[in-house]
Design a protein. Structure first.
Length: 371
């Protein structure tokens, strides 16, 4: 099947006791209760971690004695975190010029392999997050490591163009006491134990959410910088798409900032065309200051695709908005959706949604029958 206009069950996974899903640009992974991974989608650069049919879910190879608890997917890379705090990766990273590589001297990795530099650093990783071509890892001691392509400073460190291959080696950022991490396509976020939120990386549509005096008008934010707009707001999750970002508060509210010319922020047109002072935005439909999306019910998890978004409510419903041409919104219509709408369909009418994922041009839901 080339496309699906509304949510449909993936029959091959019905009996596999799936507990979580993870979505990349063009590929997906599903995690079973016993820690087994299944993958499907584009395998041009070996991001599936296995050989065989790309179109149907199949077990990932080489992890028979490893229990995976979390996965992060980029465009052509997969990162898996084990219950022992070890990181396994496969695929490759790309730069603006093409394939950057998987590691120095290695273009592509076909199966999930242990990331040795983090083992040598003697750290226990507790979370991972991936942009298009970069990865962040959070350790049990509150440190953050980054690796991959750093051309937009999404790694939080200076990468010399002629030595951009050096970005493939994990290095620790100058952040302390971090408890949560998040990524957009080319930008990154971190939240510390005091609730302070930091952003860095590509900022050409103000997707870092910074004040002008903090570099909010610069196209690149070179190092982690405090987002002052969240000073009095408790953020529990913060992520991004290609040029936009979403933040979920402890109170279940969602804020959007960055590019909105395809309704990526879920804001009514009058809000999406204004800057923080109520004037016309400096970019076409870009919002520089985090702005609350009105009329959403209580949300417990958010997912950003390249230019569309999903939000999971506390009672197991899903809302979508943004770019609609690829049918990733699940409403069966190839039109942009300005403000969040509930995803409905015959196949999910009696289903409670447990997890959501948004990719480049598609979405995946995990659900269980209502009892």
């Amino acid at each position: 099947m080339v496309e699906r206009k509304k949510p449909m069950p993936i029959q091959d996974l019905v009996d596999e006791n799936i507990v979580d899903i993870f979505v990349g640009g063009l590929h997906n992974l599903a995690l079973s209760k016993d820690g087994k991974l299944y993958s499907w989608g584009c395998n041009d650069q070996k991001a599936l971690g296995r050989a065989g049919d790309e179109y149907e879910p199949a077990p990932v190879e080489g992890l028979e004695d490893v229990k995976i608890v979390k996965v992060a997917c980029g465009d052509s890379v997969t990162v898996a975190l084990s219950d022992e705090g070890h990181v396994y990766t496969c695929g490759t990273y790309r730069s603006a010029e093409g394939i950057l590589g998987f590691a120095k001297g290695q273009e592509v990795q076909a199966t999930l392999t242990l990331l040795e530099p983090l083992v040598k650093a003697k750290v226990k990783v507790v979370d991972v997050s991936a942009g298009v071509d970069h990865v962040l890892a959070l350790t049990s001691t509150g440190d953050v490591y980054g690796w991959g392509n750093g051309q937009q400073n999404q790694l939080g460190r200076r990468i010399i163009e002629r030595r951009k291959i050096n970005g493939l080696r994990p290095e620790k950022l100058g952040l302390k006491n971090i408890v949560k991490i998040g990524t957009g396509s080319y930008h990154s976020f971190a939240i510390d134990q005091d609730g302070r939120v930091y952003a860095w990386g590509l900022n050409n549509f103000h997707q870092c959410g910074l004040e002008p005096e903090d570099g909010g008008n610069e196209e690149i934010v070179p190092a982690p910088t405090l987002i002052e707009a969240f000073e009095d707001i408790k953020i529990k999750q913060i992520i991004g798409g290609e040029h936009h970002s979403l933040a979920l508060t402890e109170a279940g509210e969602v804020y959007g900032f960055g590019r909105s010319d395809s309704s990526q922020l879920g804001l009514p047109a009058n809000l999406a065309a204004q800057d923080e002072d109520g004037n016309e935005a400096s970019h076409k439909k870009a919002v520089g200051t985090p702005t609350k999306i009105p009329d959403l019910p209580a949300i417990k998890f958010i997912a950003c695709g390249s230019n569309h978004n999903l939000a999971l409510t506390t009672d197991g419903n899903v809302y979508s908005w943004g770019f609609g041409e690829s049918l990733a919104l699940g409403n069966g219509v190839e039109e942009d959706v300005e403000t969040p709408i509930k995803v409905e369909g015959q196949k999910i009418a009696d289903v409670r949604i447990l997890a959501i994922g948004a990719g480049g041009q598609h979405s995946v839901l995990l659900g269980a029958a209502n009892k």
